[in-house]
Write a protein that binds this ligand. Structure first.
Ligand code: SIN
Length: 282
């Protein structure tokens, strides 16, 4: 029986129906799901409450190689492949990365080989807010006029995790020298081709997109901001309100996402993320 799915919004995303990822999955079913992912860029799986870390790792591994985050202090103590995003503290220590991803970005954009995809599973969620927004970067690129596409197609962006970190994470301790050594500045194209589909997408990213190669700094930043604001405007985005047991798989090569705030004094939010390694963007 074919995998059933439905679109979650006009902009992006599909919900896979009747699939429990904790159960064995045939290659045929897996391949169908993977194709729906390529076609819809993000996939929602509801009610994955039986999904143990091992199942999450196993499922993501079928899509590619897993990466351990450059900040391993936020990894699951027994499963380093799982990066925890959380406001919860145990014995005064954060169990995961607090306030992670509160700006539009795609994972690992600051790496030479950014992450192909990420799978985020909601373990504990606030009853209100704490949503995640997703933007369709193919659609944003394709909606530009041919002349505008031609103007920007060859541009390259200097990506700097080190320069952006204090703005992105003002409440976290600064990066140590060792952490900085893991994330030297890199240069990526402003428009990238997703090798899985052959389609082109805008690749403007978040705070880490520092400047445009060969353009005066302020002019480059203004262009990055203009394109980011455009790509994250209503026609291109979906906002997801999490339920416990939701899992969302996204393709970082053609989407951006942005976590939103919630009342951190009142509520706990615990999310487990597995992340795929990637290849050099072109
Ligand atoms: C992330 O950027 O990977 C985390 C997003 C979220 O917690 O909603």
């Amino acid at each position: 029986m074919p995998v059933r799915f439905r679109k979650v919004s006009d902009a992006i995303g599909a919900e896979i129906l009747d699939v429990d990822i904790s159960q064995p999955m045939s290659d045929a079913t897996f391949r169908e799901i993977q194709q729906i992912w390529f076609d819809h860029n993000i996939l929602l799986f509801r009610d994955q409450t039986r999904l143990a870390p091992g199942h999450q790792i196993e499922f993501t591994r079928r899509l590619g190689t897993l990466e351990t985050h450059t900040l391993p202090q936020y990894s699951h103590p027994d499963h380093p492949e799982i990066f925890i995003v959380s406001n919860v503290k145990k014995a005064g220590k954060n169990i995961g990365a607090p306030r992670s991803g509160r700006n539009w970005h795609s994972d690992g954009q600051y790496l030479k080989r950014p992450n192909d995809g990420s799978f985020l599973v909601a373990k504990e969620v606030p009853p209100e807010e704490g949503d995640t927004m997703f933007a369709n970067m193919y659609a944003a690129y394709e909606a530009l006029s041919p002349a505008r596409r031609k103007e920007i197609e060859q541009l390259k962006v200097v990506i700097s995790r080190i320069k952006a970190y204090p703005t992105s994470y003002p409440t976290r301790p600064p990066l140590t020298a060792e952490e900085k050594a893991r994330v030297p500045d890199v240069i990526h194209p402003l428009v990238r081709t997703n090798p899985a589909t052959g389609r082109k997408a805008l690749y403007v990213g978040g705070d880490v997109s520092w400047e445009i190669v060969g353009m005066p700094h302020d002019e480059g930043r203004a262009l990055i901001k203009e394109l980011r604001d455009y790509a994250t405007s209503d026609p291109f985005i979906y906002r997801h309100h999490w339920r416990e047991g939701d899992g969302i798989l996204w393709d970082n090569r053609c989407t951006m996402h942005c976590a939103t705030s919630f009342d951190e004094e009142r509520y706990r939010r615990v999310m487990f993320r597995t992340t795929l390694t990637g290849s050099v963007p072109f």
